[in-house]
Write a protein that binds this ligand. Structure first.
Ligand SMILES: C[C@@H](N)C(=O)N[C@H](C)C(=O)O
Ligand SMILES: [Zn+2]
Length: 231
């Protein structure tokens, strides 16, 4: 398993595709978005936007889900400043919590949970944080809360953790089967984090480069997908 800051990941070049962003709230009723934003730090108006390829592949994946089960997006695009703030605050927390560990290990523990801003996929529009929800609005049991940390869950946030119930394991399998078939890759320390087109994806898929560079909200505003007939 690679961490998001491993040398094999960060040495991958980035191509800077000009691919537009799509609002994931507009795609299909099988793709729902947590509009409360209550479990994320970002207040960005573009938190539900991702690159067009992600939107297209997500739609295809949604149609593979069992009847009555839907995708539930928690966060997609995240501004770079938010990524910096989150990384620094988790690093600070870990310094207090794991005070007796060497700084290098504290840094690695932080990278399991939040990517260093220099290599982070959310500010490029390549990553989504996603879970499952039924037609009655009840989220599936995935074994941990969304955005729990490996440290506080005895590593149960790891996708392949054996430290979860059979039901949660089956729900993770449902999530993975649909997303993996459409080309998404998972970040193993977080069952909810999936991407296409970032460095992590390029490494796992043997691609010679990542597709997307960091953009800001002004760029997204000028480069949104044409309203298309998704459904
Ligand atoms: C903080 C969590 N939701 C997340 O997105 N982690 C990954 C590793 C990231 O920051 O890209
Ligand atoms: Zn994520």
């Amino acid at each position: 398993m690679f961490l998001i800051n491993d040398i094999e990941v960060i040495k991958i070049p980035v191509r800077n595709s000009k691919e537009p962003f799509c609002n994931l709230t507009e795609i299909n009723k099988r793709i729902k978005v947590d509009l409360s934003m209550s479990q994320i730090a970002s207040k960005s108006e573009y938190f539900s936007y991702a690159r067009e390829t992600i939107a297209i592949k997500l739609l295809e994946a949604a149609l593979l889900l069992p009847e009555g089960i839907n995708f539930y997006i928690k966060e997609a695009y995240r501004p770079l400043q938010q990524q910096k703030d989150s990384f620094n605050s988790v690093l600070e927390y870990n310094r207090k919590h794991y005070g007796d560990l060497p700084e290098e290990e504290i840094y690695l523990e932080t990278c399991k949970y939040v990517a260093p801003p220099e290599y982070a996929p959310h500010p490029t529009g390549a990553a989504i944080d996603i879970t499952l929800i039924n037609d009655k609005g009840i989220e599936s049991d995935m074994g941990t809360e969304f955005n729990a940390t490996p440290g506080e869950t005895d590593n149960a946030t790891y996708f392949h953790s054996d430290n979860i119930s059979d039901e949660a394991r089956e729900n993770r399998r449902i999530l993975s089967r649909a997303l993996s078939r459409m080309g998404f890759v998972n970040y193993e320390p977080e069952w909810w984090h999936w991407s296409i087109g970032d460095r992590y994806w390029a490494l796992l898929k043997n691609e010679d480069a990542a597709k997307y560079d960091v953009v800001d909200g002004n760029w997204i505003k000028k480069n949104t997908c044409e309203a298309m007939e998704w459904k």
